[in-house]
Design a protein around this ligand. Structure first.
Ligand code: HEC
Length: 468
């Protein structure tokens, strides 16, 4: 089994964040979350309980907790859409939640707005109206919420107003008065049969991310370095996970990885909190951004000399672009990820989840035993079959076109003991995974690990901890 993994985080050079790895499992287990916490069957004319939009940050549950039947989004004749324009700090706008299904006769919804960089934080506020009720926090107390999480839902008057198989709920939303970067909306909706109960209804969920439409107030970005996100080797690789370092990449103190909502459409965002990375003039998918570092994926369709630019407020009157930084894209640049700030290779144990690391390096980590099958993570390993575009999630096993060899503790692993070498499944396509059976004769201690491909070797000094 190939473990699910997502690579997003910052690091001096390289990181596979164990906490963000859990994001990936959330991403794929969204449908399973419907099973969580079956609710009580109380009379319900006051409206749904809070925390039912399907957002993982609120527990991941949606209306199917009570409106049992098919899982959310299963009936493809219907859908939920959220329409929200880019925002201007402090300026009220209308967010539209449309629930559609040809057979539905009654409709309901729940909508939340959060900081994309920290989805536990309420972004702005909703205004209650005759058709929109606003309630706060886990308990669902009536607004004003005074900074607590807000949930906009239907009033009972609103549930019967749809026609022609659809209902659009218009929700008034006032963004915060200051620039908070991107805002994420999550919504769940019920396309109901008006049966007066909780059966036979169709539930839909969706999310969207909106940008600050006036841009962030940033100085002109400058670029100092473009290098492999795994090894720190200069320049880029085909589809490689890459870091750009410099100044004025974002507001001081703001840093974040791509969110579940951004990746939900199975591709990483090409703008994050006001910044864009252009490679040869084309926006690159971003996995992480902060004031001094952005992690992005190099393109799929270009090789050789390439320029990199970081642009703040792209397309807005206050656009600020760095000068074009000269770099290049090689077909191969084998590079091993290591655990943050160490030379310990980013690896998982035979169970597919336990980090292979000394506990001092990764809490909960364990050294590998000689003969164990471990998974190691890399970038810059070239074309896979099938191939995935830059920014896409690799959705199934995709072996390398040019095979690698692995050397551990000076011993070359027989090719038959490399059980998988290819894209890491359910991760961004530039993350590669190698499942290797360690030699049974390995001694204890930190053993050097090298991968070789097409005459090139991964960075020196990377180790894997072994304990019999
Ligand atoms: C705690 C259980 C529970 C949850 C969670 C729940 N509902 Fe309901 N809902 C009910 C019950 C019970 C009824 C029927 C009784 C009533 O209308 O008072 C109902 C009725 C409705 C109706 C009227 C439908 C009809 O056919 O009569 C709408 C619309 C609705 N819910 C929307 C939602 C939405 C949207 C969500 C998720 C955001 C949601 N509900 C979550 C229990 C729940």
């Amino acid at each position: 089994m190939i473990p699910i993994l997502f690579m997003l985080q910052e690091g001096s050079m390289s990181v596979i964040s164990t906490s963000l790895a859990t994001m990936a499992s959330r991403l794929v287990s969204l449908s399973a979350l419907a099973l969580i916490g079956a609710g009580s069957m109380l009379g319900f004319s006051t409206g749904p309980p809070t925390q039912r939009t399907g957002a993982s940050v609120d527990g991941g549950a949606n209306c199917t907790v009570c409106h049992r039947g098919a899982p959310a989004n299963a009936d493809q004749r219907g859908r939920l859409t959220i329409e929200a324009a880019s925002y201007r700090p402090g300026i009220k706008q209308t967010v539209r939640v449309t629930v559609e299904h040809p057979d539905a006769l009654r409709w309901g919804f729940e909508l939340i707005a959060r900081y994309a960089g920290n989805e536990t934080k309420q972004a702005g506020s909703f205004t209650p109206t005759n058709l929109t009720r606003v309630v706060c926090g886990a308990a669902g107390t009536p607004a004003p919420c005074n900074g607590d999480r807000e949930f906009a839902t239907h009033t009972s008057a609103a549930t019967l107003l749809g026609s022609n198989g659809r209902m659009t709920f218009e929700v008034e939303w006032t963004p915060p008065t200051e620039d908070i970067g991107d805002v994420t909306f999550y919504a769940a909706g019920n396309a109901a049969n008006n049966g007066g109960g909780n059966t036979g209804d169709m539930i839909y969920t969706s999310s969207t991310v909106v940008r600050n439409g006036v841009g962030c107030s940033l100085e002109t970005p400058t670029i100092r370095e473009v290098s492999s996100a795994a090894s720190g080797a200069p320049n880029m690789a085909f589809n490689g996970l890459t870091s750009v370092y410099g100044t004025n990449f974002g507001p001081a103190g703001r840093s974040r990885g791509a969110t579940e909502a951004e990746v939900r459409l199975l591709s990483f965002p090409k703008q994050m909190d006001c910044v864009t990375v252009l490679v040869n003039g084309k926006p690159a998918p971003i996995t992480f951004s902060s004031a001094g570092q952005i992690n992005f994926q190099a393109p799929f369709d270009q090789l050789n000399a390439a320029t990199v630019q970081v642009v703040a407020n792209r397309g807005l009157p206050n656009e600020r672009a760095s000068t074009a930084f000269s770099s290049s894209i090689s077909p191969l640049q084998p590079a091993l990820f290591t655990f943050s700030g160490t030379k310990s290779v980013a690896a998982r144990g035979p169970d597919g989840s336990t980090p292979v690391a000394l506990p001092a390096v990764v809490p909960g980590g364990r050294p590998a035993k000689p003969g164990d099958m471990i998974s190691i993570f890399a970038t810059g390993l070239g074309v896979t079959n099938p191939a995935w575009d830059s920014g896409d999630i690799a959705r199934n096993a995709s072996p390398l076109q040019i095979p690698i060899s692995v050397e551990v503790g000076g011993i070359t692993v027989p090719a038959t003991d490399i059980l998988y070498q290819g894209a890491a499944v359910q991760a961004i396509s530039g993350l590669y995974q190698v499942n290797v059976k360690l030699p049974a004769s390995l001694g204890a201690g930190d053993q050097l690990l090298v991968i070789r491909q097409g005459g090139l070797a991964s960075q020196t000094g990377v180790t894997v901890p072994i304990a019999p």
